[in-house]
Design a protein around this ligand. Structure first.
Ligand SMILES: [Zn+2]
Length: 310
């Protein structure tokens, strides 16, 4: 049995968020900005948790009513918790960040929130309004490096010392703080590739490294991975305590997220941030290891999963 404790989360949100292979950061740099007025418009038109009963099936309605009585934040032991995470935010490879907004709204519609792993250089160029919108909706911001240099596939990244990684991570960290007011609590390395120098830098910044998808790759960054395939692969990875790694910059993932939220919600799942996943399992952030990748919480032992055990 999982070991959950009941927590009443503070009114103010606690902020902090496998395999993002060939992330299309380059295309993001040339994309359009999402404007504040657009965000305001999106906000007014977007669904909220109160909309669920209006737009869902009878089954969803009963599930929603149940959630209102036994809310997952105060009674997490009554639900299965899953952390949906999205890399390369804010990366607008499609229409003005609409895919990311669809993702945020889909998760919010089912009384949940998720985590965006932010690339510093794209935030600097075009991402502030979108991240403000995400933060307003209760999303957590994670650090996905400033320059997105993989230590496995980038010659630059391979050559970096711990000090150079530190500078890169810290630059992203400071940008997210200045633009959103949130201090990221987790790092997702570019490509989810690691080495000793990278772990040293992450440890120096106090950032545990988060992976995800511990059963099989989802690879939603690939244009050949359809929404149907994303849904199938995420469901194969889903369990109480799982961290799911997706990308927030394509319509296939947005469509899949909309479908997954309904399926998972009706199967008893609730959608939390990475910080909440650990907190609601009674795991102290300060006890998380810095020299390995984190995949979630084991539903049987209640302990942090640090490798692909399943
Ligand atoms: Zn990435």
């Amino acid at each position: 049995m999982k070991k959950l404790i009941c927590l009443v989360l503070p009114a103010v949100m606690l902020f902090c968020s496998v395999g993002c292979g060939s992330d299309d950061i380059g295309s993001a740099n040339t994309s359009s900005n999402i404007t504040s007025s657009k965000v305001e418009s999106i906000d007014k038109n977007s669904s909220t948790s109160s909309d669920v009963t209006d737009e869902s099936s009878d089954d969803s309605t009963s599930s929603k009513e149940e959630a209102t009585v036994d809310d997952w934040r105060t009674h997490p032991e009554d639900f299965k918790l899953i952390a949906l995470t999205y890399d390369d935010a804010p990366s607008f490879s499609d229409t003005n960040g609409n895919s990311t907004v669809r993702i945020i709204d889909a998760i919010n519609k089912y009384d949940g929130r998720g985590t965006l792993f932010v690339v510093g250089r794209t935030l600097q160029k075009n991402g502030k309004a979108l991240l403000e919108y995400a933060a307003q909706k209760g999303f957590e911001m994670g650090n996905h490096t400033y320059s997105h240099q993989s230590v496995s596939t980038s010659e630059v990244g391979k050559s970096w010392s711990a000090a150079e990684h530190f500078e890169d991570f810290n630059r992203c960290q400071e940008l997210i703080v200045s633009e959103t007011g949130q201090t990221p609590k987790f790092l997702r390395p570019a490509g989810v590739h690691t080495n000793e120098e990278l772990y040293l830098a992450a440890s120096s910044l106090g950032l545990p490294c988060v992976s995800g998808n511990c059963k099989r790759a989802v690879s939603d960054y690939s244009s050949s991975t359809s929404a149907d395939m994303i849904v199938e692969r995420v469901l194969a990875n889903a369990f109480d305590g799982a961290i799911i790694l997706l990308h927030g910059n394509n319509a296939r993932t947005a469509e899949a997220t909309e479908r997954l939220c309904e399926i998972l919600y009706n199967d008893g799942y609730r959608f939390c941030t990475v910080s909440e996943l650990f907190e609601l399992h009674g795991i102290d952030y300060n006890d998380l290891p810095f020299n390995t990748m984190l995949y979630g919480v084991d539903p049987e032992t209640g302990e942090v999963i640090t490798g692909k055990k399943y």
